[in-house]
Write a protein that binds this ligand. Structure first.
Ligand code: AMP
Ligand code: ZN
Length: 473
């Protein structure tokens, strides 16, 4: 079925205006900047909640006919990477490469589509230095007592407009700010653009600059890479909610003070992931990387669905039961695909068409409404329930089955959770056949036969679950 892009307008919540705004497709490329990983360790499932959401955004935009240029930076220099490299006695690049490789493997496991550009911070130091020089010239930055360079937030009157803090509140409550070296700055809320070299802290890691040896601050990294690869005004800027303040606020201030142009037209922030209702932390023993979950025997697609299924503006409470639930949902979807692929004959009435068209429509409309994934998934599961009922009654022939599969393929361009190749499914064909026979017997109310097939299936080590949305293995 051909998706009808023209009638569905995509609306996305803008954290700055705090309203859902219509995304207008001018046919040109939409520029998207997504804050990427700091590569000092393996990314955790909280990070992947954000990256999976960004993938949903990317795929929905493409599905709606937008042409995307997405940039995701790799933060390969900051306090943590420098500390890690020095502790391991490695060069910075040697140290970060392990985690960069792991990150790309992990996004593959989660079926996250690659961004167009992954710039590395260490490849953009000259651009960062040029921006800082400009900010000093403009009077928006100064060299502090410790020889670090700071951005003067007083020089930027709209500071706080994204996170909806006002400048005076910020000055009074400088503890909100993350930067620690307060005595070196004119104002405690000013933030660092260039961190002066400290031999005991940085060891052999530094860059030369007009302001002396040192390294860039984290915030300026994103501004410089975003502007270099996407231009001075971004269409969309995305990140986790913890980045809104101060990171994104600082990105706006330093970029706009440099360019005098709006830095990003639309901001999206995903809420955090919690584990069993608590903030994930190594000390609480509730800290998971993707690798931890794969080692427990879960697949990338199962984890993806568990991370995907909660709306991005709602905190996601990750639990093992939730992950098991995602596994069962995928079993149900994949068993349905398998059923469809094995239909060889059957009368095709017209009953299936209305359900199919309306499910696909519901799916699109839900996503177009600020990525309402719960509604979109409900459309998919309702479709499966309805179609399973029709298959049980022998009302889906081969041609209809093909049409349903094509619709699932379209949906999965966004969801990326379905397994279409039977060879990837773990259910052996004799078990699947017995399952079909049992379903047919049940629809004819021949419960003795149905029980016979159930026993056969169970003797092969498989369980049938009869859920309201249909039966599955
Ligand atoms: P970092 O590597 O810490 O810079 O984080 C990379 C991305 O993951 C950023 O967009 C963060 O906002 C996001 N992030 C970090 N922790 C979590 C969490 N617990 N839940 C969701 N997103 C997170
Ligand atoms: Zn960033």
């Amino acid at each position: 079925m051909e998706p009808d892009h023209k009638r569905t307008y995509l609306k996305l919540f803008n954290s700055e205006s705090r309203e859902k705004e219509k995304m207008i497709n001018h046919g040109a490329r939409l520029s998207i900047y997504t804050c990427g990983p700091t590569v000092y360790d393996y990314a955790h499932i909280g990070n992947f909640r954000t990256y999976v959401f960004e993938d949903l955004l990317r795929k929905t935009l493409k599905f709606m006919g937008f042409h995307i240029k997405q940039v995701m930076n790799i933060t390969d220099v900051d306090d943590k990477t420098i500390r890690g490299a020095n502790a391991a006695g490695k060069s910075l690049s040697e140290f970060t490469q392990t985690y960069i490789d792991a990150f790309f493997e992990d996004i593959d496991s989660l079926c996250i589509e690659k961004a167009e550009v992954y710039p590395y911070a260490t490849d953009h130091i000259p651009e960062m230095i040029a921006m800082i020089e400009r900010l000093i010239d403009e009077g928006a930055a100064y060299i502090g007592k410790d020889k670090s360079v700071y951005f003067k937030i007083e020089s930027f009157p709209s500071y706080g407009r994204l996170s909806h803090f006002c400048l005076d509140d910020l000055k009074q409550n400088a503890s909100l700010h993350n930067d620690a070296d307060e005595y070196e700055k004119e104002n405690a809320s000013d933030f660092v653009l260039w961190k002066a070299y400290d031999e005991s802290r940085d060891g052999p890691i530094f860059w030369e600059s007009p302001f002396g040896k040192g390294r860039p601050g984290w915030h300026i990294e994103c501004s410089a890479m975003a502007i270099k690869h996407l231009g001075e005004t971004l269409d969309i800027h995305v990140g986790g909610v913890d980045n809104k303040f101060p990171h994104h606020e600082n990105e706006i201030a330093q970029s706009e003070a440099c360019t005098q142009k709006c830095f990003a037209k639309h901001w999206l922030h995903s809420e955090h992931l919690l584990v069993e209702g608590k903030k994930m932390s190594k000390s609480l023993g509730n800290f998971y990387t993707l690798r931890n979950l794969l080692q427990k025997g879960f697949s990338g697609k199962e984890v993806r669905l568990a991370l995907l299924q909660t709306h991005y503006r709602v905190q996601l409470n990750f639990t093992m039961e939730g992950l098991e639930g995602a596994r069962n949902s995928l079993k149900r979807i994949n068993a349905f695909v398998f059923r469809l692929k094995n239909i060889e004959s059957g009368e095709t009435g017209l009953e299936y068409r209305d359900s199919l068209v309306s499910a696909f429509n519901q799916f699109k409309v839900a996503l177009a409404d600020d990525l309402n994934i719960a509604e979109a998934l409900a459309a998919l599961f309702n479709l499966i329930r309805d179609m399973n009922g029709l298959i049980d009654q022998g009302k889906i022939g081969e041609k209809a089955a093909q049409e349903i599969i094509s619709t699932l393929v379209e949906m999965d361009k966004i969801l990326s959770i379905i397994t279409f190749e039977q060879s990837e499914l773990i259910i052996p064909s004799d078990v699947q056949k017995a399952f079909e026979m049992r379903q047919q017997a049940r629809s004819k109310k021949d419960y003795a036969q149905a029980d016979h097939f159930r026993e056969l299936i169970e003797s092969r080590g498989y369980i049938i679950e009869d859920a309201p949305t249909g039966s599955f293995l």
